[in-house]
Design a protein around this ligand. Structure first.
Ligand code: SAH
Length: 357
């Protein structure tokens, strides 16, 4: 049981059941989600006796390791227990932009998809994160940095739509008015193209932004870099994406990792333009950040040229660059390499876990 996972109504039920006045729920919810409290002694409005009773009901993730780059973008490795209490590690990134402070959160430990270009796919899959383990990444980073995040993206480790319920619960916790009160449009959920998840997201009219990692515009060739394209074929994914845009009146973002020799040819460009014109969308281009499987990152000229050709064909396309690349925190790089220390992987007696607070 973790009070961090409960929404306001569930907290209310919890306190009523415990024989406490129901206003305790708002007090506790605010402490957790608005103030990012980690220790019970920060819940100053609760009587000491109640705090003692709540002992053990508020576990939080611990920071295991951190690395900050010159621009202030930071990758953090957390230690988060599984249901049996054994340690698992996951990563989140604090991204300093011109006008935004974005937290990129993980939704799973590892990933069951096997995208050929993504480092997370090389890890063993260790399970889903609970909603509290997702929101806690945001609160812990805010504490470490002493600032509020302006945006949250579900683009860290894992496939959010393979952990749909916990991801959506976490997103709702983040925008609760009694909590962090982030605008729903400041939260982006990114899927590799799990079509049933897109359909559910659309039919539930979720208020968050939707991003889809397209990465290849050809229905056949896409499977060579994203094997799940066999199960969720591109054509059906695009039909669902388009339906989402027409039903919600919203735009969808397509992410497109640029990989010379794979998806940047003239034919690919034509196919991508066709997709870009078929629905309300924008395309975020990302230069490849890994060199897995002999794949190559585009040169600056190649990336600029590709973006320009898309734009001149009337498609809204931006080159997102690679913030966090030199702390291995850019897209596709999250794979739990120990950060800049000689201590053994997984931590040992020489590297006690730092507590966030
Ligand atoms: N599973 C989800 C979210 C995690 S990946 C998804 O696929 O959308 C977040 C983004 O990083 C995706 O757009 C993905 O295509 C991109 N990405 C993965 N590996 C990358 C790499 N090596 N270089 C650049 N971007 C990469």
């Amino acid at each position: 049981m973790n009070l961090r996972s409960l929404d306001l109504a569930e907290l209310q039920a919890f306190f009523v059941e415990a024989g406490e006045p129901s206003y305790r729920s708002t007090q506790v919810f605010r402490r957790i989600h608005r103030h990012g409290a980690r220790k019970l002694d920060e819940f100053t409005e609760l009587p000491a006796e109640l705090r003692r009773r709540l002992e053990g009901c508020l576990p939080s993730a611990e920071v295991e390791d951190r690395a900050v780059d010159a621009g202030g973008t930071e990758k953090v490795i957390f230690r988060a227990p599984d249901e049996k209490g054994s340690s698992r590690f996951l990563e989140a990134v604090w991204i300093v932009g011109d006008e935004r402070l974005t937290v990129c959160v993980s939704s799973q430990v590892g990933c069951t998809l096997d995208c050929s270009f993504c480092a997370t796919g090389t890890l063993p899959f260790k399970g889903n994160l609970a909603s509290w383990q997702i929101v806690d990444q945001v609160y812990a980073l805010e504490r470490l940095r002493g600032r509020r995040a302006t945006n949250v993206v579900f683009m860290g480790m894992g496939e959010p739509f393979h952990n749909y319920d916990q991801v959506i619960a976490a997103a709702h916790l983040l925008c609760h008015p009694e909590g962090a009160a982030l605008g729903a449009r400041r939260i982006t959920i990114s899927t590799a193209g799990v079509t049933p998840g897109v359909d559910r997201f659309a039919s539930e009219r979720q208020p968050f932004r939707l991003a889809i990692s397209l990465n290849h515009p050809d229905p056949e060739q896409r499977s060579s870099i994203m094997p799940h394209n066999e199960r969720y074929p591109l054509q059906e994914l695009l039909v669902s994406a388009r339906r989402y845009t027409t039903e919600s009146g919203r735009s969808v973002t397509f992410e497109y990792v640029m990989m010379p020799g794979i998806n940047m040819g003239t034919r690919h460009l034509e196919q991508l333009v066709k997709i870009g014109r078929s629905m309300r969308c924008k395309i975020n281009l990302i230069p490849l950040n890994t060199d897995l499987g002999g794949l190559r990152r585009p040169t600056t000229e190649e990336a600029t040229d590709f973006q320009r050709r898309l734009s001149s064909a009337g498609v809204l396309a931006f080159n997102r660059g690679s913030p966090g690349r030199n702390v291995e925190g850019a897209c596709g790089m999250l794979a739990l390499r120990r950060l800049g220390s000689a201590s053994p992987a997984g931590g040992g007696a020489e590297s006690p876990a730092l507590e966030v607070f």
